[in-house]
Design a protein around this ligand. Sequence first.
Ligand SMILES: Nc1ncnc2c1ncn2[C@@H]1O[C@H](COP(=O)(O)OP(=O)(O)OP(=O)(O)O)[C@@H](O)[C@H]1O
Length: 335
Amino acid sequence: MSIITVDRLSKFYPVAVKEPGLKGTLTHFFRRTYRNIPAVQDVSFSIEPGEFVGFLGPNGAGKTTTLKMLTGLIHPSSGRISVAGHVPYRREAGFLQKITLVMGQKQQLIWDLPTLDSLRINAAVYGIPEAEFRRRLGELSEMLSLDRQLTQPVRKLSLGERMKAELLAALIHQPKVLFLDEPTLGLDVNAQSSVRDFLRKYNQQFQATVLLTSHYMADITALCRRVLMIHQGKLIYDGSLDGLLEQFSPCREVTVELGQDPQPQVLERFGHLKAIEGRVAHFIVPQEALTQFLSRLLAELDIADLTVTDPPVEAVIGRVFQSGGLDNTGDGASA
Ligand SMILES: Nc1ncnc2c1ncn2[C@@H]1O[C@H](COP(=O)(O)OP(=O)(O)OP(=O)(O)O)[C@@H](O)[C@H]1O
């Protein structure tokens, strides 16, 4: 049974509209008129327990609005949501025990206090007994490689350490559903990768369900087999990441190092020649023609080295957003 179900979810924000000119300004001051701006439109999906799902979309697509509805911070304009058996906007105590929301650009830890003090406050709020608190603290701080940092004021921590401390605070009540909004925002490559490793371990060890938004494609490719993609408030893809890349990167780049100086007019006969650098030639080859292309190349040219690469994931995702999505919604998952 699904742990998250979203059915025809929409959110409209009322935005005050103002006519141009002085008259418009005066009217706006005394009698405002509002227009409903759609942020999320008719979105449906479901997520099974233990899944790690990426939530992608360009700026302003509606990701944060959706996460806020899923965590009950705002009411939907229409549609239904069920998370761990609860209706989020009711914000029942049982619901809050089961979920957490981590936002990379916001912090819950108190700046001037050590993380440990904030953790104790959280333990009291969630009613975690002392022995259990110590056990969880030990387990999570080891997974996050946090130790002496817990007794230092938060303001003294590096950005990476602070993010790990935020995760510890967000997970001390052992939620089963994690909503993560840009948890690696602004972190350097090493800190990003240690947060990623932790999230992978947490998901596996606790069978937690995770919905992750990130603009860093490395997060998504490392952690999420399935992605939801939202564009202008509408769900445009729900399926496997591999399926998405396959469908939107129908070409491969073939790089060939030749045994002798290449003649461009000869190479051009093989297909789309992208560039030549010394003895290295780059071809762009349609996926379906790849086998034939490679066998012809190997049979007819003196080749010292050959590699076949996919275009970068960022480039593929960018193409999906530009095109406004797919004709269908991935490999059979609901949308
Ligand atoms: N409180 C609000 N009032 C009015 N409009 C809003 C409000 N919050 C968000 N919006 C609008 O709703 C749309 C969706 O915003 P949202 O923050 O959900 O996007 P997002 O996908 O999270 O973007 P980003 O990746 O930039 O964080 C945007 O057009 C935004 O301007």
